[in-house]
Ligand binder design. Structure first.
Ligand code: AHR
Length: 508
């Protein structure tokens, strides 16, 4: 298998958006409870924040973290989660059919976000609630003092405002599963009016309108069109959500999931720009891809059903929901999804991988036990740290393969960035072939200052492993190792990628 790539400093897409490498913490399963928060864990601090998980989060380095849902937010009453912990009510969470103890709430998230060095991205409940409650929450969070809700925050012990700038106007309200599901018209009006009122409290907020829950939603396209018609002047971003999995052993289509992401992004950009043209608007609506990942939705899981709540169930407050264990294959797919986001950096300004811990998590943690990185954490972490400067256009001439879902697809998929200030080029590259290695030749003649390979790493099945190997038993089984045989001479880089692999090469 072979591929020829061409990069040139003159052909760029956009600066790497700081918020592209975000993640998501939802009150779901064990993401919060026994994920980031576990009083009594040997590594927990006085606030109950798990130190071992926090350290891993700092290594991953998500720039922005969406909170508190997800489907959870569409029934959430934020007032339950603030104030003295012993006075916070236990509430039935309809989304995941668990009992929410509210022992972790807005102030605790703010403390955790500061400790983790992440920007909070807050979602308001536009499922069962509306404009006034969103404004109350914003007043509680961002107003200094001298008003009912800001003074309440101060009385609760948080003198300084949380100062949250990025707000999601609801979650997946196009989905019939969502509490308070709406038509595009109902939602568009609500988003427009809620956003307008929120800006009167804090003119600096940035607002994300709910887009489609996937490209296969029956309302996809029409939803974005109607919502943006109604809310164009008020919002800054429209959201996209997408989850991928391997169906019936069709690894070829699964490995090409990035193609679906490309098509999804390009369709939403086209729709947003059509509304822009029709309305003679000057501003552009950008994209917030604020839920994406591999998620084995069709496998049997401990998913909430229709059974009644059982208060005697010991783990009802943090059940094991959708704790997918990720393999080598999943890590390669996640790498290519990140490539897609990066290649569209001119319009995708926010990304949030879903979710951070345990629930389809980058990380896993056991109650009272260890925490570790899943295979998918490695491409995320490397791209988060090495994608610096300008995103480059990548000219690709690759051998192709036939997929059931997407037709012909490139075997080699890539993205690249150029950090002119430090003269560092980063190439992120995947080989989708399951059995053959790929010889990748990269024309870098335009980068006169590059003299040598700085680093080269690869994620692939190691000796004795196969594409299904995960980190479930041996927590460091799948990860990055040195990529050998990398050559750079006369402006040409040559890389030999093992079968089914994701790699990163930097040059300086
Ligand atoms: O991330 C898990 C769930 O997936 C979220 O709660 C919801 O928004 C999406 O359907």
């Amino acid at each position: 298998r072979t591929a020829r790539l061409t990069l040139d400093p003159a052909f760029t897409v956009a600066p790497v958006p700081r918020r592209l490498f975000g993640s998501f913490v939802e009150h779901m399963g064990r993401c919060v409870y026994t994920g980031i928060y576990e009083p009594g864990h040997p590594s927990a601090d006085a606030d109950g924040l798990r130190g071992d998980v926090l350290e891993l989060v700092k290594e991953l380095g998500p720039t922005v973290v969406r909170y508190p849902g997800g489907n959870f937010v569409s029934g959430f009453e934020w007032e339950d989660s603030v104030g003295p912990k012993d006075q916070r009510p236990r509430r039935l969470d309809r989304a995941w059919r668990t009992t929410e103890t509210n022992q972790f709430g807005l102030a605790e998230f703010s403390t955790w976000a500061r400790a983790a060095g992440v920007e909070p991205m807050m979602a308001v409940n536009l499922g069962t609630r509306g404009l006034q409650d969103a404004c109350n929450l914003l007043e509680y969070s961002n107003h200094a003092s001298g008003s009912k809700f800001s003074d309440l925050r101060v009385a609760h012990g948080s003198k300084d405002p949380f100062d949250i700038k990025l707000w999601c106007l609801g979650n997946e309200l196009d989905g019939p599963w969502q509490t308070g599901h709406k038509t595009a018209h109902e939602y568009g009006r609500l988003a427009a009016e809620t956003g307008r009122a929120m800006r009167l409290i804090d003119p600096d907020v940035e607002l994300v309108a709910v887009g489609s829950s996937s490209r296969s939603m029956p309302t996809f396209g029409q939803w974005e069109d109607t919502v943006l018609e109604l809310a164009y002047d008020t919002v800054d971003y429209i959201s996209l959500h997408a989850y991928y999995e391997e169906h019936d052993g069709d690894a070829g289509s699964f490995l090409a999931s990035g193609r679906d992401m490309d098509l999804f992004i390009e369709a939403v950009v086209a729709t947003a720009d059509a509304v822009r043209a029709r309305g003679r608007h000057s501003k552009k609506i950008n994209l917030s891809f604020d839920e994406w990942n591999v998620w084995y939705q069709s496998r049997p899981h401990h998913m909430p059903g229709t059974e009644p709540w059982d208060p005697t169930e010991p783990d009802e407050r943090a059940p094991r929901l959708i704790e997918d264990e990720y393999s080598v294959t999943d890590a390669v797919v996640v790498g290519t999804l990140l490539h897609s986001l990066l290649r569209h950096a001119d319009r995708v300004h926010i990304g949030a991988q879903a979710q951070l811990v345990n629930v389809i998590g980058l990380l896993r943690s056991e109650p009272g036990g260890p925490a570790w990185k899943q295979s998918i954490a490695y491409p995320f972490e490397r791209m988060r740290h090495l994608a610096v400067g300008e995103v480059l256009q990548v000219g690709v001439r690759s051998d192709r393969y036939e997929t059931a879902q997407f037709g012909d697809v490139d075997i080699v998929d890539a993205a690249a960035t150029w950090d002119e200030e430090n003269s560092v080029l980063a190439l992120f590259v995947a080989n989708r072939d399951l059995s053959e290695s790929a010889g990748v030749s990269v024309d870098l003649r335009g980068f006169a200052s590059l003299t040598a390979v700085r680093s080269a790493e690869v994620l692939a099945a190691a000796e004795g492993q196969d594409r299904h190997t995960t980190n479930a038993d041996q927590h460091d089984a799948v990860g990055l190792r040195p990529l050998t045989g990398v050559e750079f001479a006369d402006g040409r880089l040559r890389v030999e990628l093992p079968p089914l692999s994701w790699g990163v090469v930097t040059l300086h």
